[in-house]
Design a protein around this ligand. Structure first.
Ligand SMILES: Nc1ncnc2c1ncn2[C@@H]1O[C@H](COP(=O)(O)OP(=O)(O)OP(=O)(O)O)[C@@H](O)[C@H]1O
Length: 292
């Protein structure tokens, strides 16, 4: 019988993940599973905890949002073993959506006990590993501005305020992009590269992406004025933006390189990384086992 280890980020979802402990305990008792629960105490600690857990447990479960899932999954990739489980407990839970895992924790737990595991592709961007989506441009600046707005005001409208603020402050990025040898130079609003479909709290930016097709999907939004972007932006929630082929281009590739004279914030599975001028995306040889 498989042994399960839960790694919980107590701050994910504003404490939502930690609040799932009684539910986890009752389900594990119901299914008579051997399990353990560990709480992180600081960022990045989940990587080490996961690396240690794979020695004694078969399934390592990330309980939190996309940041926690990324860290636990990195631990498993580093060790080259273990099966990842996901109980969504974050704010956005885009990774769970991309993998088709219920965002209802109770259903996700039932699934964890009865589901099958499959392998998914693992993305690499510069020195980082990603499992869902990495991006540059408008969306990365929205995330960055949301963090700053949240420091000034504690409001559930912080994201909405940030979108509007970013529409005014954002300047198009001149980039050179090379997808499997095909080169273009463009002024872009954003470029998203990924395995999964969803990011930014439920936006279906890469509607045709498949987590196990051994390709990265690419969405480039360019050539659109800010006023029109305001109208295009909501269509991303249902993946309908791809109809606007004048402004939205979708590609698929294995090696994507972006260079820019100005530094660009890099959004990796929902976490913002410092500005970079040269970015290279690849798929790693190693794949990841996940309960889906
Ligand atoms: N004990 C801790 N204290 C403070 N930060 C932590 C702790 N454990 C993990 N973190 C950090 O919390 C950050 C946010 O975690 P996570 O993304 O899982 O939650 P979220 O932001 O609420 O959800 P989502 O990304 O789905 O919106 C991660 O960058 C992670 O490194």
């Amino acid at each position: 019988m498989s042994k399960i280890s839960f790694i919980i980020n107590p701050v994910a979802g504003g404490g939502k993940a930690k609040g799932l402990i009684p539910l986890i305990e009752s389900k594990m008792e119901k299914y008579e599973k051997e399990y353990s629960i560990k709480l992180t105490t600081k960022p990045e600690e989940a990587i080490k905890i996961a690396e240690n857990c794979v020695e004694d447990y078969d399934i390592i479960v990330a309980v939190g949002g996309d940041g926690t899932i990324n860290e636990v999954a990195r631990g498993l990739v580093n060790k080259g073993k273990g099966i990842l489980g996901i109980i969504p407990g974050g704010t956005g839970n885009d990774m769970a959506k991309s993998l088709g895992i219920s965002i209802d924790p109770e259903r996700a737990l039932e699934h964890l006990c009865n589901g099958k595991n499959s392998t998914i592709d693992v993305g690499q961007v510069n020195d980082f590993i990603f499992f869902n989506i990495a991006s540059i441009g408008f969306d990365a600046e929205v995330v960055m501005n949301t963090i700053n707005i949240k420091k000034a005001i504690r409001s559930r409208f912080a994201y909405g305020i940030s979108v509007i603020y970013s529409l005014f402050s954002f300047k198009k990025k001149r980039i050179q992009i090379n997808i499997d040898g095909k080169f273009a130079e463009e002024d872009v609003i954003l470029v998203a590269v990924g395995n999964g479909k969803y990011y930014g709290g439920g936006m279906e930016i890469l509607p045709d992406a498949k987590v196990n097709d051994e390709y990265l999907d690419v969405c480039i939004i360019s050539g659109i004025r800010k006023t029109k972007l305001l109208f295009l932006f909501p269509s991303i929630f249902k993946g309908n933006h791809i109809k606007y082929t004048k402004y939205v281009k979708i590609y698929r590739g294995k090696n994507i390189r972006i260079t820019s004279k100005e530094g660009l914030y890099l959004n990796i599975d929902g976490e913002i990384n410092p500005k970079v001028k040269d970015i290279e995306f690849n798929l790693k040889d190693k794949r990841l086992n996940v309960i889906t």
